[in-house]
Write a protein that binds this ligand. Sequence first.
Ligand code: BGC
Length: 760
Amino acid sequence: MRNLFEIDPWKIIETKFDANKQKQAESIFSIGNGSFGQRANFEEKYSGDTLQGSYIGGVYYPDKTRVGWWKNGYPEYFAKVLNSTNWIGINIEIDGEQLDLNVQQIKYFHRELDMQKGLLKRTFRVVFGSGKELEVESIRFCSMAREEIAAISYTVTPLNFSGNVKFTPYLDGNVSNHDANYDEFFWLEDSRKVDIQKGILCARTKKTNFCIATAMRFSFWREQELLTIHPNVAQRDFYVENNFEHYLEKGVRFTLKKYVAVTSTINHSEFELAAKAIKRVRDAYTSGFDTLRTEHENAWAEIWKSADILIEGDEASQQGIRFNIFHLYQTYTGKNAKLNIGPKGFTGEKYGGATYWDTEAYCLPFYLKTADPQVAKQLLIYRYHHLDRAIENAEKLGFKNGAALYPMVTMNGEECHNEWEITFEEIHRNGAIAFAVYNYVRHTGDTAYLSEYGLPVVAGIARFWAQRFNWSEAKKAYVMLGVTGPNEYENNVNNNWYTNYIARWCIQYCLEVNAQVSAALPEKLSAKEIKDFQHIVENVYFPVLTDTNIFLQQDGFMDKEQLTANDIPVAERPINQHWSWDRILRSIFIKQADVLQGLYLFEDHFSEDIIRENFDFYEPKTVHESSLSPCVHVILAAKIGRMDKALELYLRTSRLDLDDYNHEADEGLHITSMAGTWMSVVEGLGGVRVTENGLSINPSIPKPWKAYSFQIRYKNQPLALSITQHKVTLENLGSAPVSCKLFGQEISVKEGEKQEAALK
Ligand code: BGC
C-alpha cells in the first residue's frame, strides 16, 4: 500500500499540493480540542473541491428522515452534527487578485500536522498573475488548554516586490451541511456585530434552539512590531469582516494573528453566551499567540505523557499509532458529560457526529487505560443521563416495567438511526453499555459507582433483555428472535450467538450488582424478578455446530454456501460497493467481528483452544468492511499466537485513514475505530487484560519491531510497559503497589519499582 503522506514519527507531512487529495488532506489534518474542531480547510479563499467543515460538540439538528418515519416506533429524524460558523477565514488580495491555491502557480507547498504539539502548519509560495511572489506561513490550533479558544498566526512575506496587500479576516455563518436530507439551511441568525479588529456572530439552530457565539479579534504585526491599523468593517447576513490594505516591503514578514472564541449553549445559558465569547476572545488576545501556544503545547505534552505508544524499528507503525491517539484526544477529552465521540469526530459529517455503541465497545477501554478515571466516568454518566429516554424508547416498542433500550445512534438519548433492521434489531448495543459499567469498575475499583449510577442503568438493560428473550417450547430454552448482530451483513436472524451471550451476561451481571448494592434504590430487583432472571440465565439457547466447539453466528448459518473471502474476486471488493444488498445478506461473508466480538469481550470464559477453533472458522469469512473489525481480530490472533496475522491486520487498522485504504477519508476519519487500533497494540500485542481476576500481561512483539512501550492505568496506578525482542519491563509509576500476572506468574510491583521478565 502506498503512503499518502510522508512518514515521520510525530508529524503528517505533505510536500506537494495536490488538488485531488485536498478533501482527504482536509480530514487527515483536522484539528480539534474535544469541544469543537475544524477540517484542515485553508484560511484564504480556495475555489477548488473542498468540504468546508467546522463542528461544535453536541450541537445538532434533527434532520427529518427520508424514509420510514411513517412506521410506528420509527425515529422521525437523524441527528446531524452541524457544520457551523467558519472561523478560520483570512482572505488575501493583491491588485484585485485573490490568493487562491486553485488559481495561482504554486512554487512551494508544505503542510504538516504536528501531533506532538497539536499544531496545523502550512508554508507555501505562489506567483500571482502579475508575477508577484508571495510566501505564506500559517499556524493554527484549537486550544487544549482553553476549551473555547482557537488561534491562527498567518504570516505573509512579499518575495519579489513591495506593495499593497489586502487582508480580510472574517467570520462566516453561511454554511450548510452537505449531508442535509432536504438541502435545508439549519441556522437562524440571532445577532452580529463588527468593530475595529473584532467581530461576533451569534446564531441558533432551527428546531433544537442550540445557540452559538463565534467571536474574533486580531492584531497585525511587522516582524515583531505591533502595528496600528485602521480597517474597514463590513457585514451582511451571517457574515462579518474587517478589511485593510497595508504596504508590505519586500522580504519583510507581516503577520495577522487571529483569535477566536466559540461558545455554545452546551456550556452556557443563552443570555450569557455572547458576553462569554467576547470575554474569552479578549482574554486570549491579551494573552497573545505565544502564550496560548505554549499552554496548548503543554496540555498536549501532558496527554502524551500517559497516552503515547512508542514503537521502535517501524516508523510507519509509529506514525500510524500516534495519528490514532492524537485524533481520539482531539475528539474527546472527558471534560464534559454532555459530549461523546462521534464515529467521525470533528472531521466530517457522515454518521451525524452522534453516539454509537462504538463508544462503549471501543473507545472506553482506551480512555480507561490512558487517562484519569474521571474521563471514562463521564462517558458512563452520559448514558446514565439518557436512561429515561432509553426507557421511553423501549416503551415505544412495547416493553415495560423500566426496561431500557439504548439507541443505536443518538445525540440526546432518543433513537435516530434510520434503518429498521438496525434501529429495532441491532439491540446488542444495549449489552455494550452494561459491559462498560463492568469494565469501568474492574479497571478503577470504583464500586461506589454501582449504587449511584451503575445499578439503574444495568437493571434497565437487564429488564429489557429479560422481556426480549422468549421461551421456546420446541427448544425448551429462551431464544431471541429477529435481531441483527454486530455483523450488519445479516438482518432479522434468530439467536445471534453474540446477542444471546451478551444479553444473558447482562442479566447475570445485574443479579450480581443487585446483590452488591446495599442501598434501597427504587431500581433494585424484586424477588420475582430475581427468580425470573435466574431462570433465564440458566436456560438460554446458543446455536453450536454439532461435534465442534464452534458457536454458530445464528440459527441456519450452516445453510449458507460455505465460502471464504478469498473466493471473492478482488474486483468485487468491497462487496458493499459491488453487490446487491440481498446478495450480501444471503452470503456467508461477515462485515465485522460477531461471534469473535463475543470471544473478545468474554475471553476469560473460554479456553484458548475454543478461541482458536472459532477464530479459524470465522476469520476467513470476514471481509472487514467495518473499520471496527480488524482490531478484534488482531487481539484474538495475538492471543492464539498468530503474530503474522495480527501484524497484517494491525497495519491495516493503524493506517486505515492515513493511507486511505477504503477511499473514503475525504468524508472524514474513522475516529472510533482508532481506539480499536490502540487496543490492537495494548491488548493485542501487549497482551494486557483486566478481568475480574485482576490485571494480566502476556506480551509478544512482531518480528520487524525492535521494541515498543506504553503506559496503562490500573486501579488508578500508572504502569509503564516496555517490550523488546527479549524481555518485558514493567515499572510502577504510581504511589501504591500493584499485583498482576506476568506470563501467568503472580507478581507484585512496588511503587517506583521495576520488574523484568524474559519474553516467551
Ligand atoms: C458498523 C457499526 C458501527 C457504525 C459506526 C457501521 O459500519 O457496522 O458497528 O457502530 O458503523 O461506526
